[in-house]
Design a protein around this ligand. Structure first.
Ligand code: DGL
Length: 271
């Protein structure tokens, strides 16, 4: 059933605290090239990972309302911290499909490592302490305990464009120590900013499968849209619009870095 005012060609609303969610947009663009996207980056209030869950939930509901008012047909919570804090609250209020990144991330990890595999998680402190990945993986049958590491410095390094390579290498070394002995089979990049560190992580953890939840998220969303008759026409041309609560110039630089384009419209939103 299509909601009033919403059509299959309405945009998908996507949000994150900042640049990280663009790793999800990257997968959407690959899998669903006809879908339009409205993206909200809450760069003025970032980081989310060190804030109390109640506050992240409040911010997330505000943004979901913003996207709904602009005609979003579906919402992707392209942020693990916000998924942990607000998935069910947004599902209760938003009439269309809502998807977070945690269940898809857990599904991909199980597919890669199996239920007897050793799985690691790097995420924000908020996501790690929520225990949501532990619960999702246990639900999917994981028999081993999840090995977890909070990595607050990664978010700041990614937002500032990974300019200081030595600082990035140092942080990656420090945060991956826990996964070396005993070694893990797969590592969930449980913060949407972290796939942007892939090459550094692969260097430190050779042989470990790096799991980017964004890929499965795009797959799952495609299925949800298909089931509800909400997939955009193949003839429709995708339109991308970006909003941010922080500096628009800085966000444009990050758009270029992640999506390879900086000619998309970016609007600053003052809350
Ligand atoms: N990208 C967000 C996530 O997936 C969090 C970054 C932040 O701490 O703001 O958890």
């Amino acid at each position: 059933m299509v909601e009033q005012g919403i059509s299959a060609n309405s945009p998908i609303g996507v949000f994150d605290s900042g640049t990280g969610g663009l790793t999800v947009v990257r997968q959407l663009r690959r899998l669903l090239p006809n879908e339009s996207v409205l993206y909200f980056a809450d760069t003025g209030r970032l980081p989310y990972g060190t804030k109390p869950q109640s506050q992240v939930r409040e911010f997330s509901l505000e943004i979901a309302g913003f996207l709904q008012n602009r005609g979003a047909k579906a919402i992707i919570i392209a942020c693990n911290t916000a998924t942990a804090a607000a998935l069910s609250a947004i599902e209760e209020r938003f009439p269309g499909p809502v998807i977070g990144v945690i269940r898809p991330g857990a599904q991909s990890a199980i597919a890669a490592a199996g239920v007897d595999g050793r799985i690691g998680l790097i995420a924000t402190d908020g996501t790690v302490s929520s225990g949501v990945y532990d619960r999702e993986l246990a639900d999917l049958g994981l028999r081993n305990e999840l090995v977890k590491q909070g990595c607050p410095d990664f978010v700041t390094l990614v937002e500032s464009g990974l300019k200081d390579k030595a600082a990035v290498q140092d942080a990656v070394k420090r945060y991956t120590e826990i996964f070396r002995n005993p070694p893990i089979d797969a590592l969930i990049l449980g913060c949407t900013h972290f796939p942007l560190l892939n090459e550094y992580l692969a260097q430190e953890l050779p042989g470990v499968k790096l799991i980017d939840p964004a890929i499965q998220t795009a797959d799952n969303l495609k299925q949800m849209l298909e089931e509800r008759g909400l997939l955009a026409d193949l003839a429709s041309e995708a339109e991308y619009r970006f909003f941010c609560s922080g500096d628009a110039g800085t966000f444009k630089k990050n758009l270029l870095r992640v999506l390879g384009r900086d000619d998309y419209p970016v609007e600053h939103v003052a809350w």
